[in-house]
Ligand binder design. Structure first.
Ligand code: MG
Ligand code: MG
Length: 286
């Protein structure tokens, strides 16, 4: 699979990774602000305006608006995907958040030619316990994936860490659907670059992870089946069975000191060190 795709992976210098960190922080801080703004009665267009203000106040340029699509370019600064919408939802003035909803907010920005890309799923008011668990499982699977992004490992170690964590978690009456066909990607001077980073698969496959690689990791997990459907707007991806979905994303760099989570305001070092110590260390590495 990897050889056939022939990924040409952009390797950044340490200085270039520092520049990517600036873009990553713009995105991370913007998502922190948006998380605070999510409440019943707010529209997804309100969140979009707030995102644009936040990105521009910090000297960034929104990167999603104008991305070419099958019917129209993406028309907004964030993707706002509510409930059964998985990704690529379009913010709307008539989309009002209600108590019990979950909203995935995906945000991208460019600073000095370098991209940052991250997403969070946020509860609106009080949500059902099974949704709380869905959000926790999805976010934790992202961190398991990031923690597997170590120099000397292989790309699919990330995919495998995500899938195996999700599969290890009890599901209320079935199993989680891990979305296929959408996933993570290389990032740098463009938002979407080689290689693709699937959210499932065996470990030990694909290109070797080397310092200077930057990847966006973004598990999408459905409460029901993994099937997806695209709406007539050519953008919004929803679950085929109408059940709710969660999506979390960070951009990180492979460094000699381990993964550096460029879009996490604290850089994620501590959380990753914790995951990579003791019982969570993959077999054979002790
Ligand atoms: Mg994204
Ligand atoms: Mg992405």
């Amino acid at each position: 699979m990897w050889k056939r795709r022939g990924p040409r992976i952009q390797i950044k210098s340490a200085e270039q990774i520092e520049l990517m960190r600036v873009a990553g922080l713009v995105v991370g801080r913007t998502l922190d602000r948006l998380r605070e703004a999510v409440k019943p009665g707010v529209t997804t267009a309100d969140l979009d305006r707030l995102a644009e203000e936040s990105i521009r106040d910090q000297g960034g340029v929104p990167s999603f608006r104008g991305v070419p699509g099958p019917l129209m370019p993406f028309p907004a600064v964030i993707c706002a995907s509510v409930n059964d919408e998985i990704v690529h939802g379009i913010p709307r003035t008539d989309k009002v958040l209600r108590d019990g909803d979950v909203i995935s907010i995906d945000c991208g920005a460019i600073v000095g030619g370098w991209h940052g890309d991250a997403a969070i799923t946020v509860p609106v008011g009080e949500i059902a316990p099974e949704l709380e668990t869905l959000l926790m499982v999805t976010e934790e699977s992202l961190w398991r994936g990031l923690a597997a992004g170590r120099a000397g490992g292989r790309l699919s170690d990330i995919s495998h860490a995500i899938e195996s964590y999700i599969r290890s978690q009890p599901h209320p009456g079935g199993r989680y659907g891990i979305v296929e066909g959408y996933g993570g990607h290389g990032i740098g001077t463009e938002m979407h670059m080689d290689p693709m980073v699937p959210n499932h698969g065996a470990a030990g496959q694909g290109p070797e992870l080397v310092p200077g690689m930057a990847l966006a990791v973004e598990p999408m997990v459905n409460l029901g089946t993994k099937g997806t459907r695209e709406l007539h707007d050519g953008w919004t991806v929803v679950t085929a069975d109408g059940r709710y979905s969660a999506h979390f994303e960070h951009s990180f760099a492979v460094t000699v000191d381990g993964p550096w989570v460029l879009t996490a305001v604290d850089g994620g070092r501590e959380r990753i060190a914790e995951l990579n110590s003791g019982q969570n260390r993959p077999k054979g590495e002790n």
